[in-house]
Design a protein around this ligand. Structure first.
Ligand SMILES: Cc1cc2nc3c(=O)[nH]c(=O)nc-3n(C[C@H](O)[C@H](O)[C@H](O)COP(=O)(O)O)c2cc1C
Length: 385
């Protein structure tokens, strides 16, 4: 009998059953002790709602407007690399599901589909996420994203080097997978995934295949996440000049950094600790939203540990404009493919609408700090400059 998925936790359980251990660990794992991973999930529980009553909530709308365009809800699919390892064609499945749900899809530099092919997957808004490995290569990726009509560029700045991901190290994680007795056993226990992998071959870093030899080096750097660690605010100015459309900086945790990005002319920031995958002891993106939103005039996005519509609403009450989904959508992709992502996004939308209705907030403009219980709400001045 087909499993009924009524929550992200259900999708997660199904993903763990379908994926070999080394793939599930890649998806799930965090840096070091994984304290950051846990902190991301726990942060929402520390904030409680204070619902408003006797308001007309007969026609609630979660629609959001961003850079002159309207989206069905204040949620986007955050960029994730190696989606093809979870499902063959995983990038396209996510892009099409996002389009059907009326939300933006962000393609990672480490995608298994090229910028050009992904642009044609579904008719929704596309954002391109940039990892800077070499400046020349970055420039060529940015030009391709512009030519393929991506609406926004997300620069990820929290990976100057890779986080210490113990699960991946223990598993000898690599793509293509190194065949060891343990891997063969792992694969034999997950036949559906293994057959699909054998049929389709190992997913490839499609965005690194365009310009020949230089990119062999770049592919290796991307897989081990060896980025341009010299990239600084001066370099950000260079990128700002290259990209004429909305530019988003992802992976900030300090208000002073966010303010410096805004001063350079960045159009939005993502408060994020990269799903707990970089610094084990870092603060959660969610905990830094209030301070950043209080100081900045540009939109503040956040991600990390978002597993239901209530989590999104809490971030919006603290001043965020949009919420990014990472693992939530990936569990659904791994568990049930494209139909799973459709179902996951409709669970998010239903929960958002229900929560807004129950809080007495007919639209997103009605979401504010007054809907959160004061003692539990993080103080705005707590973090960063
Ligand atoms: C498997 C996986 C791959 C990821 N790959 C990227 C990536 O290529 N680029 C990037 O900016 N962030 C990447 N991230 C981080 C996500 O964009 C996002 O910040 C994070 O997953 C949010 O936390 P959550 O998974 O708890 O929702 C990745 C996250 C995961 C789980």
């Amino acid at each position: 009998m087909a499993v009924q998925h009524v929550s992200v936790a259900d999708f997660r359980r199904s993903a763990a059953r379908r994926l070999p251990r080394f793939v599930f660990d890649y998806l799930e794992g965090g840096a070091g002790s994984e304290a950051g991973l846990k902190r991301n999930l726990d942060a929402y529980g520390d904030v409680a709602f204070l619902p408003r009553r006797l308001v007309d909530v007969s026609r609630p709308s979660p629609a959001v407007s961003l850079w002159g365009r309207s989206h069905a809800m204040p949620v986007y699919l955050s960029p994730t690399g190696l989606n093809g390892l979870l499902r063959h064609d995983g990038d396209a499945m996510l892009a099409r599901a996002a389009a059907r749900a009326g939300i933006p899809f962000a393609l990672s530099t480490a995608a298994n589909m090229s910028i050009e092919d992904a642009a044609r997957a579904g008719d929704g808004e596309k954002w391109f996420q940039l990892y800077v490995i070499q400046r020349d290569l970055a420039q060529s990726l940015v030009r391709r994203a512009l030519a393929a009509d991506y609406a926004a560029l997300i620069l990820t700045v929290d990976v100057p080097v890779n986080g210490y991901r113990e699960r991946d190290i223990r598993n000898g994680f690599s793509v293509p997978a190194k065949v060891t007795p343990r891997l063969l056993l792992d694969g034999a226990l997950r036949p559906a995934w293994s057959l699909a992998y054998l049929r389709n071959g190992a997913p490839r870093m499609r965005n690194m295949e365009a310009d020949g030899a230089m990119n062999l080096e770049a592919q290796a750097a991307l897989l081990s996440r060896r980025m341009d660690a010299g990239f600084d605010f001066e370099a950000l100015k260079w990128l700002r000049d290259l990209w004429p459309r909305p530019l988003v900086v992802k992976g900030l945790l300090r208000t002073d950094d966010a303010a410096a990005c805004a001063a350079i002319g960045v159009d939005a920031v993502v408060m994020s600790n990269h799903g707990g995958r970089q610094v084990a002891g870092a603060v959660a993106g969610f905990e830094t939203v209030a301070a950043a939103a209080a100081r900045l005039a540009i939109p503040v996005f956040f991600d990390g540990g978002i597993r239901c519509g209530e989590d999104v609403v809490k971030g919006l009450c603290l001043g965020a404009r949009m919420a990014g989904l990472g693992r939530a959508a990936l569990y659904a992709l791994a568990a049930e493919g494209e139909a799973g992502v459709d179902r996951c996004l409709s669970l998010f939308k239903d929960d958002l609408v229900r929560t807004m209705t129950l809080l007495g907030a007919p639209d997103l403009a009605a979401l504010g700090r007054d809907l959160l219980a004061p003692p539990a709400a993080p103080a705005p001045a707590a973090i960063g400059g």
